[in-house]
Write a protein that binds this ligand. Structure first.
Ligand code: FES
Length: 156
């Protein structure tokens, strides 16, 4: 009789332990779910690129050759680097001065174009048409003797 009580109480305890474990794991999951966004919000955003002059990688250079433009991170900013029909290099902030959409390059018209509201810029970054209130910030784009391309912020 005593032996029977022991055997029947063991599965109950085991079930109880399992439920405790399940509740504990659920609470822990809830805690992580609540804490993660708060920690992420409080942590400063990482820089999206190294500060100072940026060398285009081989992959970025081949994209520039192929598409006539490439967008690269320079000092934490997105910069559009483009190659004009005369092979001259230009670099501008890729962030539209209207509402911040990403600029693209249309080689056939030699214009920088913002697809959000049809803003257009010339190869000096000046506004040609559309709602952008000001010119794009310019960067220096230089081809090095070894053929690599270096992008850097313009000195005022
Ligand atoms: S965001 Fe570029 S034209 Fe509006």
């Amino acid at each position: 009789m005593e032996e029977q009580t022991l055997t029947t109480s063991h599965p109950k305890k085991s079930r109880r332990d399992f439920l405790d474990l399940l509740v504990g794991a659920s609470f822990l999951g809830w805690l992580v779910t609540m804490a993660y966004p708060i920690i992420r919000y409080l942590k400063p955003l990482p820089q999206t690129g190294a500060s100072g002059p940026t060398h285009l990688t081989r992959d970025e250079s081949s994209k520039l050759e192929q598409n006539k433009f490439v967008i690269v991170p320079v000092s934490g900013q997105r910069v559009i680097v483009l190659q004009a029909p005369d092979q001259q290099l230009f670099a501008f902030s890729a962030k539209c001065t209207h509402e911040g959409c990403t600029i693209t390059y249309q080689p056939a018209q030699s214009v920088l174009w913002c697809p959000c509201h049809d803003g257009r810029f010339d190869l000096n970054g000046r506004v040609l048409s559309g709602p952008p209130p000001q010119a794009l910030a310019k960067y220096d784009a230089r081809r090095q003797p070894d053929g690599s391309i270096v992008i850097s912020e313009q000195k005022a």
